[in-house]
Ligand binder design. Structure first.
Ligand code: ZN
Length: 147
């Protein structure tokens, strides 16, 4: 019985450590800046969550931010196709190049996006970025996929 309890306790500790590695907090401000230059996604996580917080004061209509993940080569085409897609958070509906995309938020708001790591290649070239028109030049970083 003691042995069983110990196993259960270790199991809980293990799942807490697991959860901590499978999410990241990202903030964005009114100066079109994220606070992170890169996000590391461990393949050991089945799913990964990005918690985005807009720490500015401007509303979504003038300074909206989201976070989108794709292969680096797909970034600019996704942004340009999504530029007029205001109703779908500046991502063209059904865009299969998009690995993950959050909704667009304004100052003081938060959102989360969870995605499967299954299709991600270790060492692949991935970016995270904001697809709000005009933001990608400043709001872009690297997604590092590791084992
Ligand atoms: Zn933005």
């Amino acid at each position: 019985m003691k042995k069983l309890l110990l196993t259960v306790a270790l199991g809980f500790a293990g799942s807490f450590a697991y959860a901590a590695d499978c999410a990241v907090d990202l903030s964005a401000n009114d100066a079109m800046q994220y606070d992170l230059k890169e996000i590391t996604v461990p393949k050991s996580c089945k799913e990964f969550t990005i918690n985005l917080k807009h720490i500015g004061k401007l509303p979504a209509v003038s300074m909206g931010h989201n976070v989108v993940i794709s292969k680096a080569a797909d970034k600019m085409p996704i942004v340009s196709d999504g530029m007029t897609a205001k109703d779908t958070d500046y991502v063209k509906p059904g865009d299969t190049r998009v690995i993950a995309a959050s909704k667009v938020i304004g100052g003081g708001e938060s959102t989360s996006v969870k995605f499967s790591t299954e299709g991600l290649e270790t060492g692949g070239d991935y970016d995270f970025f904001c697809s709000f028109p005009g933001h990608v030049a400043l709001m872009s970083g690297k997604v590092i996929v590791k084992e």
